[in-house]
Design a protein around this ligand. Structure first.
Ligand SMILES: *Cc1c(COP(=O)(O)O)cnc(C)c1O
Length: 432
């Protein structure tokens, strides 16, 4: 057997269409709905989502073409991205399992979020907008959208959870270098933000609050449109480019996953990685265990399966999802991208159908970061703190295989790099 360590796809093997799992999960998938009182959020959707994205959100077409120009942007953002066999890590763990990881850490801004940021900016430009607005928590989505805006010639305004904005100087400057403008949220730039900011100038903010600000800003400017980086159906669909590449790469490795793992906040990198494979489970009788790695700070998949708002200020429709409640406060963690109250409706529905397993790790993150350190020492790539959860769960599964002697194939996604997150590793691992 050849010791192949990596499969790189050629440029013309870039997927030409996204996979829309709504075609395969059947008519019982619960649609968004209006709350019993107040204005119609559904009627308001065309004002807060791009027309093309709204169309995709509701589509039942199995395959949706990736426009030619957008394919070029994907190539520029270093797609296709490699799938690695983790020989060194396997050896270190002394496991009979075969481990593979997908390298989304080659993203120019540091995360998989560029995959949907480029798509949304491409459509925003086509639909005549001049500016995109959004929220960000850890900062990865804000940076990705600023990047997308830079490449397509748009302005970008980012409402950034104050507690994170205050200490992530480097990432803030990166956003600015890309031409984006970032404001601590709650800010005094929106009506909703002001209502909180004027009561408490040190309000630490939350993703839900920042979403409300981003939506309000765009609604008040006909040239601006709001963009969301996770949770929604069309965002997960844009991300399926990850899993579609991975399918081809597994063919070239002549292997197939028994277990697929990724970290889960709102569900976009997890969904992007696994949904094409979930499609094969649903339609081709394949058997795969899908495992989402979360933090105990925000174990939304352990929450209740019910209709809830996606934002704190209740501007979005109700989505049927596993949720901790849209006003829940969550402890800060270094893997801040995993801190969101709800899980995407698609992943929630699949969990409801018992197709998705979950694990949640302790809030102090020592256990998770120590496992990530094993990965860095053996494979040499520095993962984002969120991706460390994915690595940690994969290592735990590989150690389980060691106990039972099972030669399982384990695939995990590394959603981003950690070059801007050294302070987080430093404080948790006590680096000097
Ligand atoms: C945002 C982010 C996540 C979590 O978001 P999902 O939508 O659940 O993927 C995970 N990893 C990285 C690197 C991120 O930036």
């Amino acid at each position: 057997m050849k010791m192949r360590r990596v499969v790189n796809l050629s440029l013309d093997e870039l997927p030409k269409r996204w996979y829309n799992i709504l075609a395969d999960i059947g008519p019982d998938f619960p649609p968004p709905k209006d709350p019993p009182t107040g204005f119609s959020r559904l009627a308001n959707l065309p004002k807060i989502l791009l027309a093309e994205c709204l169309k995709q959100e509701m589509s039942n077409e199995r395959w949706i073409d990736i426009p030619e120009e957008l394919q070029q942007l994907y190539l520029q953002a270093s797609r296709p991205r490699p799938l690695f066999r983790a020989y060194n890590l396997e050896k270190r763990l002394d496991t009979p399992a075969r481990l593979y990881y997908k390298g989304e850490f080659f993203s120019p801004t540091g995360s998989h979020k560029v995959n949907t940021a480029l798509a949304q900016c491409y459509y925003a430009k086509k639909e005549g907008y001049k500016r995109v607005t959004t929220e960000t928590g850890a900062g990865q989505w804000g940076t990705a959208l600023a990047y997308g805006a830079a490449l397509t010639g748009l302005k970008c305004t980012i409402y950034w959870v104050r507690a994170v904005y205050n200490w992530k100087e480097d990432r803030k400057n990166f956003m600015q270098l890309l031409g984006g403008e970032a404001f601590a949220s709650p800010s005094n730039r929106t009506k909703f933000g002001r209502s909180l900011y004027q009561k408490n100038k040190n309000n630490p903010g939350s993703l839900g609050i920042a979403i409300t600000e981003g939506v309000e800003d765009a609604q008040n400017d006909p040239n601006a449109i709001y963009c969301l980086g996770s949770v929604l159906n069309h965002v997960l669909m844009h991300q399926t480019i990850i899993g579609l590449e991975t399918q081809k790469q597994f063919e070239m490795f002549d292997d197939y996953p028994d277990i697929m793992i990724s970290c889960l906040g709102g569900g976009s990198n997890f969904g992007g990685f696994v949904l094409p494979f979930v499609g094969e489970v649903l339609t081709k009788g394949k058997k795969i265990k899908f495992l989402a790695a979360q933090s105990k700070a925000a174990p939304n998949l352990a929450g209740e399966y019910k209709y809830d708002f996606a934002d704190y200020g209740e501007l979005t429709p109700l989505l049927k999802m596993y949720t901790l409640g849209h006003k829940t406060l969550m402890k800060p963690i270094k893997g801040d991208g995993l801190r969101y109250h709800g899980c995407s409706p698609i992943i929630s529905y699949l969990r409801h159908k018992k197709l998705i397993d979950r694990v949640a790790y302790p809030i102090d993150e020592k256990y998770v970061f120590q496992k990530a350190r094993m990965f860095i020492e053996t494979e040499g790539y520095l993962p984002a703190p969120e991706s460390a959860y994915s690595i940690c769960a994969a290592i735990d599964q590989a150690l389980e295989c060691k106990k039972t002697g099972q030669k399982k194939t384990i695939a995990f996604n590394i959603s981003g790099h950690g070059f801007m997150d050294i302070p987080g590793y430093r404080s948790v691992l006590k680096l000097k």
